[in-house]
Structure formats: C-alpha cells, structure tokens
Design a protein around this ligand. Structure first.
Ligand code: ADP
Ligand code: MG
Length: 476
C-alpha cells in the first residue's frame, strides 16, 4: 500500500459499505468516542470520533526522523522557556499589535518579577509535521508547528491502532494489519504528569485538568485521567470560572481549589482569546501561574509555542544559542524547518510582503492563534496583506512556506456525513514529555504519535475544528 489504498479495493463499493459498518462498530468497541455536537456536556449521547477507513502510508525513514528529533524539541522548548531575554526579543513586535499574546506576555513578566515559586517543570507537547513532496518524488519532513499547550488526542490515538488492524483484517489484508504500530501516548503523558505529581511530594494533592466550557472531546482526556487513577493519583476537572470562585493560595503559595490542594495544573484550555471570558478568567490564570502547583505548561512554555517564536528560531544562528555544544541537535532540528519569514517593519519584512503578493499560492499567512481555522491562504493572502502591508498590523502575522504533501485517496468517516472518496492530506504529530526539577532533566521522552488526515479541499483545521480525522501511519 506504499502508493495508497489499491484502486480495486477503494472502488469496490459493496465491500467498502460493509467495511464502513464494521469500522464504526470497531471504533465504538475500542472507545474512539466523542460526545455529539448537540450535547457537548453530557455523555448520554456519544458517537465515534471521526477517522479514516484505511490507514495512510508513511515512509519509515521520515517517521523515525520525527521520532528521533522529539527529545531535542522538548529540550528546545524548555530552554526557550528559561530565556526571558530571548522571549522578550522574539515577541517584541508581536505584542505591539496582538492583544492576546500581549496579555499572556504580561502574565509572564509578572511571574518573572515576582520570581517563580516552583522549580519543577512539566512539558507535554506535540510537534506536528507534513511530508513535503520533492520534485524527485522523495518526501521531506517539515514541521507545521509545535503545540506546547493543550496538545490533544493522545487518549483517542492510543485506541485507533486496533480499529485499523481490525478493518484491514476484514478487508483481507492481514499482512498490512500486522504493520500498524502500537501507540500509547496516554500512558506516556500520564507518566509525565505522575512524575511531576510525585516530585511535588504530597499524597493528598490532586492533578487538576483545567477544562473548557464545551467538553465534546472529554473522552480523549478521560484516558489520561484513568491512567492517573490507576496509579492512585486523584484527578479533578475544573473550569476557569470554578478556579476563579473557589481557588486560593495559602501563605506558601500552595494552590487550593474547592479545598483540595493542587499538585499539577494540566491546561486543556486557555490557548484561545475566547477561552478568557472575563477579567476573572485572567486573574485565575495568574493565580495558577503564581502558585506552587506544577503548571503544564507554565506561561513561559506556553509562549515558547507561539508561531512568532517558531519563525525566529528559523533565523540563522538562533538554534545555536540553545545548543552551543550540540551541532548534531541543531542540524536535526533545522532539517525539519520549513521556510519562515518575518513581517516585522523594515526591509526584511518588506521583502516578505513582496514575495507573498507575487506568489501567494506558495505560502501560508499565520496569525498568533491556535486551534485551527485561523490561517490565510491563496488570494486571501493578497487581500489581507494588501490591507495591512504598510502598517504595523502586519507584525501580528508570520509567513510560512506552504507544505505540499502527496494526496492519497481514502474515505473519511464522520457522523451525519455521506460516504465519499476523498483526496487526502495527512499531518503527523509526535508527543513529547519532559520533567525538569531545577537544573535536572528527570524525564525527556517521545511517547507516541498522532496521524490526522483531511480532505485536500480544506487548507486548514484540525479534528476539533471538524476538518481532520484520526488516522494511523502504515510504514513502508
Ligand atoms: P493551529 O495552531 O491552528 O493548529 P497550524 O499551524 O497547525 O495552526 O495550522 C493549522 C492547519 O493548517 C494545519 O493543521 C495544516 O493542515 C495547515 N497548515 C499550517 N501550516 C501549513 C503549511 N506551512 N503548509 C501547509 N499546510 C499548513
Ligand atoms: Mg496545528
């Protein structure tokens, strides 16, 4: 299946229809579930999380390359988070024009001023890539972004391999079914949280998941919670509003929410402006950041994951600042960078504008936002840049080379969506976990992967945005 799913299989509508029924049931049996849109805060009604009928071929060398570079990405993010001068310089232009980043930066500065109260750091991130198609037909691994806050789907991705194995067996493809890799990010993510909890050092203290108002994807998080409960660690789920109402710091800056001491705050919310619905929400974030609880991520690590930082890292000489004695790490990281261009005021930014206006189809224009659906493509780039090119507003964006993966035909299974064959593009992510105590890295691992696939009609958007679906790599 190196070249995709064989045509005769894809076109065998009788078999495909049978497989689709088998596939949906397999997803339900394995717990690849999501609450339905109509009732995001109740598990009375759930459906299968959207997924591909077949796994997607991924070259083995590229897969292993991404896996191998993950611990360097962990180290890089962690080092950036400890380098206030770098963050200040990298984000200086952005915070002039982007209110949300500016607000996060203000929290960061306040914590720096007061001094960090906790020396234990927990990082759970996901570095996402697409495979760029070279002219000679080979592929090269290019990073799309790194998510340092609220990287999702580690729970569900732990249960999709058995779904695809089952589908392939029913389709008479035993050999391929045996090539679907095991994947257990939920265990690895929980290992990191458990380590941070243990280092915090209080048996009574809990792990708090800071969750959204709309919790359609709760089951993804439940897999991680369950892993923690298996280790006899108590988890609670709270929204910003609840932390705001019932949270407080004691004289030692220990965080108590509803009377329970919190050892670890795991943010599964707080990465979009609309997550902060009031001044109280921002105050709750600040309270958590100030506290002795281990934050995943802390505010500086959150900022280290911004798209502006990604663009600055791609400038010559910048990676060397973080890895002065590790040319190999620099080389491995840099090999995954796509072209990234500044839109700061000045001749370099002017050049970027000119280049983007001349050939918009070669680029993606990105504001400092997360969560899918914010990027700008094609003619839209000309419209937006046309409007902002002569003002400092343009500094809210970065420009990036558009990665062009080879489309593969597949069926995307989603509730209430008619079945049709689609030309698909995939994005491969790797989960990184690290725990640092003072200067000691006590854990630094790659704990699993995530393949998401979308129809090539959509240029943007993740699974939660209703565009991409869960998938598995089939290495060749
Ligand atoms: P977000 O924080 O919203 O997830 P991303 O940078 O991951 O932002 O972009 C969202 C989606 O847009 C990606 O999942 C991918 O499908 C598409 N995308 C982003 N950058 C590129 C790129 N350089 N080339 C091609 N597609 C891209
Ligand atoms: Mg993304």
């Amino acid at each position: 299946m190196a070249q995709g799913i064989p045509k005769d299989l894809l076109m065998n509508t009788v078999l495909i229809n049978e497989l689709v029924e088998v596939a949906k049931d397999a997803a339900l049996v394995q717990g690849v579930l999501m609450r339905v849109k109509e009732s995001p805060n109740s598990s009375e009604l759930v459906t299968y999380a959207p997924f591909t009928l077949f796994p997607t071929p991924v070259p083995k060398d590229v897969f292993l390359q991404a896996k191998a570079v993950q611990t360097h990405y962990n180290t890089l993010v962690d080092k950036i988070s400890q380098d206030p001068d770098f963050l200040q310089e990298a984000l200086a232009s952005t915070i002039v024009v982007d209110d949300f980043t500016a607000r996060l930066f203000k929290v960061h500065q306040q914590i720096l001023q007061e001094g960090r109260s906790q020396s234990i750091v927990l990082g759970l991130n996901r570095s996402d890539y697409m495979l760029d198609q070279r002219e000679d037909g080979s592929t090269s691994l290019k990073q799309i972004e790194i998510n340092t806050i609220s990287a999702s789907f580690g729970g569900l991705a732990s249960h999709t391999p058995d779904v695809h194995r089952h589908i392939l067996k029913v389709a008479g493809r035993l050999e391929e079914s045996q090539r679907i890799l095991d994947n257990k990010p939920a265990v690895g993510l929980a290992d990191g949280i458990a380590k941070a909890w243990e280092l915090y050092g209080s048996d009574r203290a809990v792990v708090m998941f800071l969750v959204e108002a709309m919790q359609r994807n709760i089951l993804d998080q439940r897999f991680i919670e369950n892993e923690l409960w298996k280790r006899n660690i108590t988890t609670i789920r709270k929204r910003f509003e609840e932390v705001s109402k019932s949270g407080k710091l004691d004289d030692n800056k220990r965080l108590f929410v509803d009377g329970q001491e919190v050892a670890v705050v795991y943010f599964r919310n707080g990465y979009m402006p609309q997550n902060y619905t009031s001044e109280q929400t921002w105050e709750a974030r600040l309270m958590m950041e100030r506290s002795l609880a281990v934050k995943c991520p802390d505010i500086s690590t959150h900022l280290a994951g911004t798209k502006k930082v990604q663009q600055v890292l791609a400038k010559p000489g910048v990676l060397e600042r973080f890895f002065p004695d590790q040319p190999q790490a620099v080389e491995q990281l840099r090999a995954t960078f796509a072209g990234l261009y500044t839109l700061d005021m000045g001749p370099e930014g002017d050049k970027t504008v000119e280049m983007a206006l001349a050939t918009p189809d070669r680029f993606v224009l990105k504001p400092q936002r997360e969560g899918g659906g914010n990027n700008i493509y094609g003619e839209e780039i000309c419209k937006v840049l046309g409007r902002v090119k002569d003002s400092s507003e343009r500094m809210a964006y970065i420009l990036m080379d558009k990665i062009q993966p080879r489309p593969i035909q597949n069926y995307l299974l989603r509730r209430n969506t008619p079945l049709k064959i689609s030309n698909c593009l995939s994005e491969l992510g790797f989960y990184g976990v690290y725990v640092r105590q003072g200067q000691d890295m006590v854990m630094n691992d790659c704990v699993g992967h995530l393949l998401r696939t979308k129809s090539s009609e959509h240029s943007d958007g993740g699974v939660n945005a209703g565009v991409a679906v869960l998938d598995n790599p089939l290495l060749f």
